[in-house]
Design a protein around this ligand. Structure first.
Ligand code: CTP
Ligand code: MG
Length: 226
């Protein structure tokens, strides 16, 4: 059984509102992207870590990448959306159809070896694959379009999707080529009528999206000694 990771990192980070793309913002001593790349490269089960960059990216290769050796493979084929970046990366990586691929956002720097171990153990014998996710904790309100509550929605059986999302490479490319309008990989698999497995994670594996998220990520990473 072969496992690879693929990290889409070709976004701009519009919601972060800074000049530097989000994945390169300084975080606990290094650009954000290197936290997830280091964790994935240190995972013994993972053979290769592909990182999908924008064709215009000049930043990535300005850093010292020697500690990663050949395990880290940059691919300059990012697209206009996350789904397009992942699809282009999977095609360029030329993986075997049966290889497992763990797709992980560059913007989730607090991923740990324990998260990875759990995901791989729970899915390695699964027919479809799945994703790390967290059951919703807050009460959910649907708005009426004018900033007032229309109604309270049940949170029963609702989960927040995280990454990595782990699928067979062949199935995932096929799914994404057929279904381009998705914000995560599992959605494309679902569009084929399949049911990815939810692997319970915790909220520390959150996505850094807004400026205030940087502070929380920094606290977690410093506490973990990174
Ligand atoms: N991503 C990508 N290609 C794109 C858009 C996003 O590879 N065209 C990557 C981002 O770099 C990030 C991951 O997908 O690692 C998750 O996306 P998100 O958190 O939405 O990042 P951005 O799209 O950069 O941020 P925003 O939506 O605020 O612009
Ligand atoms: Mg985005």
């Amino acid at each position: 059984m072969t496992f690879h990771a693929l990290v889409p990192a070709a976004g701009f980070g519009a919601r972060m509102g800074q000049e530097l793309p989000k994945q390169y913002l300084p975080l606990a001593g290094q650009p954000m992207i290197f936290h997830a790349l280091s964790t994935l490269c240190a995972c013994p089960q993972i053979e290769t870590v592909f990182v999908v960059l924008s064709p215009e990216d000049t930043q990535f290769k300005s850093y010292d990448l020697s500690r990663y050796g050949d395990k880290l493979q940059p691919l300059y084929c990012g697209g206009a959306t996350r789904a397009e970046s992942v699809t282009n990366g999977l095609v360029a990586a030329e993986l075997e159809s049966d290889d497992w691929v763990l797709v992980h956002d560059a913007a989730r720097p607090c991923l740990t070896q324990a998260h990875l171990f759990k995901l791989i153990e729970e899915l390695r014998n699964d027919d479809i694959g799945g994703l790390l996710a967290v059951p919703l904790a807050d009460t959910l309100k649907r708005a009426d379009g004018e900033g007032r509550v229309l109604r309270t929605e049940s949170r029963e059986q609702l989960w927040q999707a995280q990454t990595p999302q782990m699928f067979r490479a062949g199935l995932l490319v096929r799914a994404l080529q057929q279904c381009k309008d998705v914000t995560d990989d599992a959605s494309a698999i679902e569009a084929l009528g399949l049911h990815p497995k939810l692997v319970a994670c915790d909220t520390t594996n959150f996505k850094v999206t807004y400026p205030q998220d940087l502070l929380l990520a920094e606290l977690l990473l410093n506490q973990a000694g990174k």
